[in-house]
Design a binder for this molecule. Structure first.
Ligand SMILES: Nc1ncnc2c1ncn2[C@@H]1O[C@H](COP(=O)(O)OP(=O)(O)O)[C@@H](O)[C@H]1O
Ligand SMILES: [Mg+2]
Length: 322
């Protein structure tokens, strides 16, 4: 199996894991819009491509796929997931598997209000959310919610512009300075990350890795420790099946006094996935099997508890070209 990894950026580990897993059974091709994206240099071959919003971008990606005899393609950034899903038919026609969820689900994952509506309508614990300030004030008057609250962009990512807000004055100030904000019930609890693989053939949840986040930095899990809880695994399985996610996803969850609250989903390899891989949850192998037409057996929780992941910086040296 040959795989193309789009918007590889600084996700060197993801490229390395695919290379190690595929070994001599396939090639890893990476692409990015910048030649200073270190991950591309880990691949067997790389392409510098235009920004994903450029007209003709997908044609170019399809050209690369044909030239490199690519069997599967995935992206590591959120806005590209919908784009790939929207073009799934074109990839199918060339026999290329897009690793990811449906277009509608990729769009829902980008929109925290849409996600909130889905979760609350389907009976899952989640933070009460508002994109209408007046509705929030009404609930505040009726004691249905209280300060502090969490204010963040509806379509935000990487923890940009997130705020814990203690009073109306601050809320008004934030609201008057930016568009597209939402107010969310403040969740006080242990943050958890789940790396989940949903088999693309059997549609079953075949692998789950969960970790308690010990430290977050710049929107990413910096230190975490693996753990297992059957109650959490069942919740993840029913949520994922009800919602219909596919392939690799990453879920943010809060544990509040023993009750799990689903916060958000990234339908791709999350920044904390290396923890799962290093603990034995090799989702690259699951992808290889699926692309070769083989369904994976269910093997959730196949890792040790109490294994800590600590991130640290690495550097890469290259000759520079404009
Ligand atoms: N309702 C909330 N209560 C408390 N903390 C929150 C809440 N929502 C988000 N956070 C914190 O902010 C971080 C980023 O928010 P998140 O909704 O995951 O957006 P994104 O990762 O897309 O920027 C979370 O990882 C969590 O630490
Ligand atoms: Mg998040």
């Amino acid at each position: 199996m040959n795989i193309l990894i789009l918007s590889a950026g600084t996700r060197n580990k993801i490229i390395q894991y695919f290379k190690d897993t595929l070994s001599d059974r396939g090639r890893v091709v990476a692409a990015d819009m910048q030649n200073i994206a270190p991950a591309i240099y880990e691949a067997d071959k790389y392409y510098i491509v235009p920004r994903i919003t450029e007209p003709g971008y997908m044609d170019l990606v399809l050209d690369i796929c044909r030239r490199e005899k690519i069997n599967a393609v995935l992206s590591l950034i959120d806005p590209e997931l919908s784009l790939l899903a929207a073009n799934r038919n074109r990839f199918d026609e060339s026999g290329i598997t897009v690793i990811g969820s449906s277009y509608d689900l990729c769009e829902m994952a980008l929109d925290k209000m849409q996600m909130f509506h889905w979760l609350s309508e389907h009976g899952y614990n989640c933070a009460k959310s508002y994109d209408d300030k007046e509705v929030f004030y009404k609930d505040l008057d009726n004691n249905k919610i209280s300060f502090p609250v969490f204010v963040k962009p509806v379509r935000g990512s990487a923890s940009v512009a997130i705020n814990k807000v203690e009073d109306k004055e601050t809320l008004e100030l934030l609201w008057s300075h930016s568009e597209g904000l939402m107010i969310q019930e403040y969740l006080r609890g242990q943050e958890i990350g789940a790396d989940v693989y949903i088999d693309m053939i059997s549609h079953e949840v075949v692998s789950i890795f969960t970790k308690r986040k010990l430290l977050m930095r710049a929107g990413e899990t910096d230190k975490a420790v693996s753990f297992k809880d059957e109650k959490l695994f069942s919740l993840i399985e029913s949520f994922v099946t009800d919602c219909g996610w596919s392939g690799q996803i990453d879920i943010d969850i809060f544990d509040i006094d023993g009750e799990y609250y689903i916060s958000e989903v990234n339908p791709r390899f999350g920044g904390g996935y290396p923890h799962a891989y290093e603990c034995g949850c090799n989702h690259m192998k699951l992808i290889e099997n699926n692309v070769n037409g083989i369904a994976n057996n269910k093997n959730t929780g196949a890792y040790e508890e109490g294994i800590c992941m600590m991130k640290y910086s690495e550097i890469m040296i290259k000759e520079y070209s404009e």
